[in-house]
Ligand binder design. Structure first.
Ligand code: XMP
Length: 312
């Protein structure tokens, strides 16, 4: 049976209104498809009772915060930019274990930054862009998605002082894109490749530092520009926690390694590497190895499973 997404949107609007009542709600927009759809859904349902913030956590892609705020202003949704870079970078300092990094991001996000914002605004509800795949993978122990709370035993009301609403939790990525279409989101957002909540931290193996973020941010901009016409489900650059010898300006160099990943998928549960042309791969390699400190660029052929899509 095919799903009626128009009816889904109407049902969600009705249940959001009844859940929130006369209270205030808040949500964080990251610019990814899920949080963008939740933002539009919540604004359609609640009007002035919902406040949307963009948390600048220092882990975002190049020019992203300003771009997203401007884009939403263009569709009549005001978004407040909250500079929390220092909070996140301090919390991530010295951490190399993937789960510890994810935990630090979750804690900083929901406890520190949101705890403070919710109190300031007097909000009682927080909207999340959690989707079914996030819940399933967390419950299966594959990874702890940053936005999963109840399923890992966290009671947000008790621990952080607000209730969480997750209008997309029965949908997968393809369903979220259908909802985006029903809500008439600009194609620029509806067709955007997925981007994870913990942002570039999922693309840095090892410690997340400002310098390493700058490297992966630059590589991400190149990969996104070069592969935007690929039609792939998702593409990204990843910075490894290893080094390799190379030659820079005629001298031996012990430099950084960037992995490029470009995959086909329908719902992110399984994925296969896209067969990019040799010419395209060479072009990406040339541009990525022009980034200061990077002397190797690799293309990842691994499907999911056994790999996951992200690297942490
Ligand atoms: P993995 O790496 O688990 O990724 O194969 C599956 C899909 O989910 C995205 N992803 C996340 N999205 N919060 C999110 O909002 C997260 O913590 C997270 N981790 C992975 C990933 O980009 C891919 O599309």
């Amino acid at each position: 049976m095919t799903m009626d997404y128009k009816a889904f949107v109407e049902d969600q609007i009705a249940s959001i209104r009844s859940a929130v009542g006369g209270h205030l709600a808040i949500n964080a927009l990251s610019g990814g498809v899920d949080s963008s759809v939740v933002t539009v859904l919540a604004h359609r349902s609640l009007g002035k009772q919902i406040k949307t913030v963009f948390i600048e956590n220092g882990l975002m892609r190049k020019d992203e915060p300003e771009r997203i705020v401007k884009l939403f202003a263009g569709i009549g949704i005001p978004v407040q930019l909250v500079d929390s870079r220092a909070d996140f970078l301090n919390a991530l300092k010295g951490l190399t274990d993937p789960e510890e990094k994810r935990n630090a991001i979750t804690k900083t996000f929901y406890e520190k930054v949101f705890g403070r914002l919710v109190r300031e605004i007097g909000a009682k509800f927080l909207f999340h862009g959690t989707i079914l795949t996030d819940i399933e993978e967390t419950v299966a122990g594959i990874k702890r998605q940053h936005n999963i709370l109840a399923q890992v035993g966290i009671d947000p009301e008790k621990e952080y002082g607000y209730q969480v609403l997750e209008p997309l939790k029965t949908l997968r990525k393809d369903g979220v894109r259908e909802v985006a279409r029903v809500l008439s989101l600009p194609a620029e957002i509806a067709q955007r490749i997925p981007f994870p909540g913990p942002a570039l931290a999922t693309r840095i193996v090892g410690e997340v530092t400002e310098e390493r973020l700058a490297t992966v941010r630059e590589a991400t901009a190149i990969v996104e520009e070069e592969l935007q016409e690929s039609g792939a489900f998702q593409y990204m650059a990843v910075l490894l926690n290893d080094r390799a010898t190379g030659i820079i300006n005629g001298k031996r160099d012990f430099g950084q390694i960037i992995v490029v990943r470009c995959i086909h998928s329908v719902d992110a549960r399984t994925a296969t590497a896209v067969e990019l042309s040799w010419k395209k791969l060479q072009r990406v390699c040339e541009r990525v190895t022009a980034i200061q400190g990077v002397n190797r660029c690799l293309y990842d052929l691994t499907p999911k499973p056994p790999a996951t899509i992200e690297y942490i």
